[in-house]
Write a protein that binds this ligand. Structure first.
Ligand code: FE2
Length: 378
């Protein structure tokens, strides 16, 4: 499994302080109304491989979890087995959404101590869990909304996922679509809260700010938002934080906050090294993406210059292109993947560029506004 690879701790973000340090994203846990059916969707449509299971058959009376993996991306889908309790409360308030962004560390005890000393609120203290495959140490702190970070120390563990989980080999078909790793994960926070959470990641986690966008960069005729991108020292963990800004109509961030009933994870960007193949396959399997007007492609090459790919397949699939000083990137965004207009995915292929597609913001947000219009939430 990916966690056994030797991580690079090379510092590429000079202002970051790597006192944890973070080795990568360990897993992302979603609380869902029906994890069994969500697991089927992520396997058949998104190409995740079944890895592990926890539930009644493994002695877990409270909840059921399905663990899925595609290359370095691990998803955990969890549903409660009874009425009441924190998982039900989370689903009742937020709908299906991300509860945990788990971070892979060398020392979960030290990570908990360093972050709580710097002001993080503890969710649980370092906790050693063991089974026949070894031991892991987990600890957790709160972040924005009801979202938490779990620190995962797994250097002494050889099991499929975590102690308590059994290997899971269902007959459900799955075939990878070429997704490789989590490129970044975006949090939406409320009015005036962006800097609070930017400060949190700087002060508590030692992150540094890579980029800032204000309402002049990210606004359309109607709506606006502001965003700052925070990164850890080795650049493996990048968390853009968005807040709504004043516009003539309701911004997509405000719509998210209204329907999620608070701050939460807005999108998870997944990297591929062949976006044309990945998106062709996802569209064939029924995943719906936002479309920009065809006119976007009439002028895009004059904005971004030469690219390796033919424009035609990019136009047919609706893939967007942007360039910065270091190279270019290709990206596309799904429509929300849950019932409420909240969480969605981005598929991204970087060809040198380290930025986030600023040149596409206007066309993209106009596409989102057309969707909001159809929902009556603009
Ligand atoms: Fe993104």
């Amino acid at each position: 499994m990916n966690q056994n690879a030797t991580p690079s701790l090379e510092k590429i973000v000079p202002d970051a302080e790597d006192f944890l340090p973070l080795l990568g994203t360990d897993y992302i846990e979603l609380y869902c109304g029906n994890a069994k059916q969500s697991a089927h969707y992520y396997m058949t449509a998104w190409g995740y491989q079944p890895i592990a299971y926890s539930g009644l058959e493994t002695g877990n009376q409270e909840s059921v979890s399905y663990v899925l993996r595609q290359d370095k991306i691990t998803l955990v889908l969890t549903s409660p087995l009874q009425a009441g309790g924190p998982i039900n409360d989370h689903i009742n308030r937020h709908g299906d959404g991300v509860k945990t962004v788990a971070l892979w560390v060398d020392d979960a005890t030290k990570s908990w101590a360093e972050t709580t000393q710097r002001g993080a609120v503890s969710v649980f203290e370092p906790d050693t869990r063991e089974d026949g495959d070894g031991k892991v140490v987990l600890s957790a702190i709160e972040t924005y909304g009801d979202t938490v970070h779990v620190f995962v120390e797994r250097k002494d563990y050889n099991g499929v996922f975590l102690p308590g989980y059994h290997a899971w080999n269902p007959t459900i078909p799955f075939e990878s679509v070429g997704l490789e790793f989590v490129d970044h994960m975006v949090g939406n926070v409320g009015w005036g809260e962006m800097n609070t959470w930017v400060d949190f990641y700087a002060r508590v986690m030692g992150f540094a700010q890579l980029i800032s966008f204000d309402d002049k960069d990210i606004s359309t005729e109607y709506t606006a938002l502001m965003s700052k991108v925070m990164s850890n020292g080795n650049g493996r963990i990048k968390f853009p934080i968005n807040e709504p800004a004043e516009g003539r109509k309701k911004s997509q961030i405000e719509e998210y906050i209204d329907f999620y009933e608070g701050a939460g994870v807005q999108h998870i960007a997944l990297a591929t090294s062949n976006i044309i193949e990945t998106v062709t396959e996802l569209q064939r399997r029924g995943i719906e993406f936002l479309r920009v007007p065809n006119a976007y492609y009439d002028t895009v090459l004059s904005r971004v210059g030469e690219i390796d790919e033919d424009l035609e397949p990019l136009r047919n699939l609706g893939i967007l292109i942007d360039r910065d000083e270091e190279g270019y990137l290709l990206q596309i965004f799904t429509k929300p993947v849950v019932d409420r207009p909240t969480m969605f995915f981005e598929i991204i292929q970087r060809k040198g560029a380290k930025s986030f597609g600023k040149g596409n913001f206007k066309a993209l947000f106009e596409a989102i506004e057309r969707e909001q219009e159809s929902r009556g939430t603009l």
